[in-house]
Design a binder for this molecule. Structure first.
Ligand code: PLP
Length: 362
């Protein structure tokens, strides 16, 4: 299989797997237990927390969660629960973890969902006009999972702060791939997008911006998020963050070279979303008249996708591509090719050649 779906998940780094193994075997103690084996597990989690936190590039506090989806739910619900303000602002191209949570909140309170332009970017003046004295939280993603477009996070955070609101950044697709801009008060990330294990994410919080707990119980994570932590998952996340930090420039240069190789072969394809303000490991392209679902089913040994892994298979056109102003037809003639650290140039050129051939034969 040629794996080109790096936005859905990334292959686990071999160093991560090695680091996790002891914690899945003989080192099984509960990290919250008082005896030596428990304290050893707690110490390993503490090292992991420092590594994951360091890659955020800011001080603050970090709690592990079961996923970025949980971190996002917690941030939105927990900040609104704590605040007298109830209004939430977000953007139409956010991940379902944000949009569905905001939608749930919107059953009882005001929400504003801002549009994007045809390149996928939000207009900062529209953000400024939307944030009011009642706004508790502005939620914006760093890198879009479907089209790779990078939103102006620092500027959005500054606007939120001018009106006394907090800012949540869903950094899932940017964390470990690029530096996270200063400004957000809360940041959600996920291990499996940076060559770590699935089933662990985190919420970074600026001091004093902790949301109300969503999960109650044993009082772990300083009472903010109860539940026994998995040392294996946390250690894996920590190792993935350490490697991402050490290799950020190298990974970035590799991805840029793959992008050049891929875009040189585009021919009749058009890139969806901005090509300037973009994480280049995401190539979302469309071709007039293409049946992209058929194309993907014809190339079963190549893992590419129609858009977000969550929406794929629903048959619904992507809400992100629709938000760019594309028609249902154009959205359904789009595919997403995602690559990164372990992708070779040959895999990219072979894939583009096969995709071009299959598309031309439709
Ligand atoms: N946000 C974005 C932008 C994502 O791409 C994803 C995963 O696809 C998530 C949130 C959810 O992350 P997790 O899989 O850790 O729940």
């Amino acid at each position: 299989m040629i794996y080109l779906d790096y936005q859905a998940t990334t292959p686990m780094a071999p160093e991560v797997e090695q680091a996790m193994l002891p914690w899945l075997g003989e080192k099984f103690a509960n990290p919250h237990a008082p005896y030596r084996a428990g304290r050893e597990a707690a110490a390993a989690i503490s090292v992991a927390r420092d590594r994951v936190s360091a890659l955020m590039g800011q001080g603050g506090k970090l709690a592990f969660t079961g996923s970025a989806t949980e971190a996002i739910n917690w941030a939105i619900k927990g900040i609104v629960a704590k605040s007298e303000r109830k209004h939430v602002v977000t953007i139409a191209t956010e991940h379902a973890a944000v949009l569905d949570t905001v939608d749930w909140h919107g059953r009882h309170h005001d929400v504003t969902i801002l549009p994007v332009d045809s390149s996928g970017l939000v207009d900062l003046e529209a953000v400024r006009a939307a944030v009011t004295e009642d706004t508790a939280l502005v939620a914006a993603m760093l890198v879009n999972n479907e089209i790779g477009v990078i939103q102006p996070i620092a500027e959005i955070a500054a606007i939120a702060h001018e009106k006394g609101a907090l800012m949540l950044c869903d950094a899932v697709q940017g964390y470990g791939r690029m530096p996270i801009p200063d400004g957000p008060d809360l940041i959600a990330a996920s291990a499996h997008k940076i060559h770590g294990p699935k089933g662990v994410g985190c919420l970074w919080m600026r001091e004093g911006c902790e949301p109300e707990p969503l999960i109650h119980g044993g009082g772990q994570e300083e009472g903010l998020r109860s539940g026994t932590l998995s040392p294996a998952l946390c250690v894996g996340f920590g190792m993935a963050a350490k490697i991402a930090s050490e290799r950020m420039e190298e990974d970035h240069a590799h991805v840029a070279a793959l992008w050049e190789a891929a875009t040189a072969q585009l021919g009749e394809w058009t890139v969806n979303g901005s090509t300037d303000r973009r994480y280049r490991g995401n190539l979302n392209i469309r071709r007039q008249g293409l049946d992209s679902a058929r194309l993907i089913s014809e190339l079963r040994d190549i893992a590419i996708s129609l858009g977000s892994a969550c929406a794929s298979g629903s048959g619904r056109p992507s809400h992100v591509l629709r938000a760019l102003g594309l028609s249902d037809m154009q959205a359904k003639s789009s595919i997403r090719i995602g690559f990164g650290r372990y992708t070779t140039e040959e895999e990219i050129t072979d894939t583009l050649a096969r995709i071009n051939e299959a598309a031309a034969n439709q």
